[in-house]
Design a binder for this molecule. Sequence first.
Ligand code: CA
Ligand code: CA
Ligand code: CA
Length: 301
Amino acid sequence: MKKITAILTVLLVGILVLSGLGVAALNSDIEKFDSETIDYKKRYSTHTVLGEYGSEQNNTLITEHGSNRTAGRIIEVDSAGNIIWEKTGLSEPMDAERLSNGNTLIAECGANRVIEINSVGSIVWQKTGLSEPMDAERLSNGNTLIAECGANRIIKVDNAGNIIWEKTGLSGPVDVERLPNQPPSAPDIDGPTVKPVPRPLPKVGEPWNYTFKSTDPEGENVSYFIDWDDGDFEDWFGPFESGEEVIRNHTWDDEGTYNVRAKAKDIWGAESEWGTLDIIMPKSKQNINPIFFRFLLGRFF
Ligand SMILES: [Ca+2]
Ligand SMILES: [Ca+2]
Ligand SMILES: [Ca+2]
């Protein structure tokens, strides 16, 4: 009986050790696979061979160049890898993306065109006569950016196919991306507060100048909105050049502390954070109520 127990123990230990080694080997395989996949992604990322990425449960759109000039295809696979949609017979497609209208935009390099196809594969828009297009990007306003590799340029075409912008002199561009617009910086507000004491002192009932300055990362013109914190606002006004100092004056009718706030927006309407400046509006001698003053005099003298 002891012998059987000993044999079983040895077997159990053996199984545990072997399975441990197996897991370790599997882990190293996974790491190797991951690093190869990352290398592969890096190497081909400009061609978007692996498609675009959303969250884990989303489907994936894949562009297959194919083994010959007419064997290219675009496939959409679910998270389990099942093909749920495809467009075959393409000529050396290099890039595809799903548009917000459900259609698919494809850079069909071998056919020297960019096509937009619907869910049943019919062409609903195209730009032909290109030279080796490698990538296309549909912009929110309906225009399309195309990396025209063979012509060494990036072009932007409108819905009618007219070239409305281009960047030439490139060397084999294979990918293009439109970056998101950034809002301007929160305005710097400058002007008399109380410290350091300006000459003359700010007083209630008199206009004071304040400067507002915001800079847009894209250098676009900016407009301003000011809240003087006494119930008065200056609704969006401008535009002014990015980084230009804008002067506005304001008169406060009552003494007190005011938290002046201003924000800026660029030509696309992207708004900044608030810029702020605390202003102390001191009581001025001239503004002591003369009736109250006489009352004090009469009471104590
Ligand atoms: Ca693209
Ligand atoms: Ca791109
Ligand atoms: Ca901007």
